[in-house]
Design a protein around this ligand. Structure first.
Ligand SMILES: Cc1cc2nc3c(=O)[nH]c(=O)nc-3n(C[C@H](O)[C@H](O)[C@H](O)COP(=O)(O)OP(=O)(O)OC[C@H]3O[C@@H](n4cnc5c(N)ncnc54)[C@H](O)[C@@H]3O)c2cc1C
Length: 300
């Protein structure tokens, strides 16, 4: 995660003072900003990151999908995912989307990186290849080229609502069916409705839950849900669609991801920051005692 490579930041506080925070100086603020910095303590004006060792090792861009996707296949591939992810080689990270798109219908699309050869990537993906209809594209390039290719898949702008929660456990076949059911009937005016699984694990788990403000380090993956529309008249229905389905996802997960926030979340400090919420409140009272930096889901 980005916050694990952060080594220093500078912040303008509520009095207009420039404060530096790192492991040694204002270390409580530094701790808090690694997972909960957005909008809470002041205006961050500089961040210093530790770059990874430069390496000539090429990256394999992984993309796979299934022809002839059905609801049953979506639930089946979700099951492969949840059995495959624990213990996955930490050089691989994938996001898998189970979707229902206008003009295309049901689909599954996964994309990610493998910091190794395409031959080894193919072997690692073998459990997915065992489900009928599997198609894979493996492209070797420099890291930067691979990032650009992923970036190209995002449109310049989009009207959407999305949110996401942390998954800590395996789901039963009936729960997987319920998850697949969430996207079988999209909202009116939706052009793309999806449930997405963002892999966690790997290096994220190598740091303790209390070592930085990012609490949900032991989650297996993030389950996101989203709906995309084009006409403004469809906005309200699509927002309601996401919010309604979110209730089911909330009932089977623990904790919400602060980068995929959702309004009207009861006890949002605990939902976003788990057992780090109390310590964050203390840091907030120290660095922003008059709550100058506030927003609907800010620390109080
Ligand atoms: C297409 C898309 C893909 C995404 N993919 C991912 C992903 O893969 N992984 C992931 O983790 N997230 C992802 N996100 C979410 C994104 O990382 C978060 O929304 C993030 O908060 C964006 O930061 P921002 O500064 O651009 O946004 P903003 O909404 O401007 O800021 C977020 C918060 O930080 C505060 N803030 C902004 N600037 C400062 C500052 N200088 N000092 C202090 N506080 C500040 C704001 O007040 C707000 O509370 C994605 C979002 C989109 C739209």
């Amino acid at each position: 995660m980005g916050c694990d490579s952060l080594i220093e930041l500078e912040l303008v506080d509520y009095q207009g003072r420039l404060i530096r925070a790192n492991k040694y100086c204002n270390s409580d603020l530094f701790w808090a900003c690694r997972g909960a910095g957005g909008g809470n303590f002041g205006v961050i004006v500089s961040m210093t990151f530790q770059l990874q060792e430069p390496t000539d090792c090429p990256v394999t861009l992984v993309r796979f999908y299934y022809v002839g996707t059905t609801r049953e296949k979506q639930a089946q591939v979700m099951n492969v995912w949840q059995n495959w992810l624990p213990g996955l080689d930490k050089r691989m990270t994938i996001v898998a989307s189970f979707y229902n798109a206008e003009g295309e219908g049901l689909g599954i699309f996964a994309t990610g990186f493998f910091y190794g050869s395409s031959a080894r990537a193919r072997e690692i993906l073998q459990p997915f290849a065992e489900v009928e209809g599997f198609r894979v594209e493996l492209e070797t390039s420099s890291f930067l080229e691979a990032v650009k290719k992923v970036e190209e898949t995002y449109p310049p702008s989009e009207k959407f609502k999305s949110t996401g929660r942390f998954v800590q456990r395996r789901y039963s076949p009936s729960e997987l069916k319920n998850i697949a059911d969430l996207i079988q009937v999209p909202a009116g005016g939706s052009v793309y409705a999806a449930v997405s699984f963002y892999a966690m694990g790997g290096e994220i788990m190598c740091v303790g839950k209390r070592e930085t403000a990012f609490f949900y380090r032991d989650a297996r993956y993030i389950m996101g849900i989203q709906s995309v529309w084009t006409e403004d008249s469809a906005a309200e229905e699509n927002r309601k669609w996401v919010r309604g389905r979110f209730e089911y996802i909330k009932s089977i997960t623990e904790g919400s991801y602060v980068n995929f926030p959702i309004s009207k979340l009861r006890n949002y400090e605990c939902e976003y920051f788990g057992e780090n919420a109390k310590r964050l409140d203390k840091v907030n009272k120290k660095y922003d005692p008059y709550n100058v930096f506030k927003f609907p889901q800010g620390l109080r």
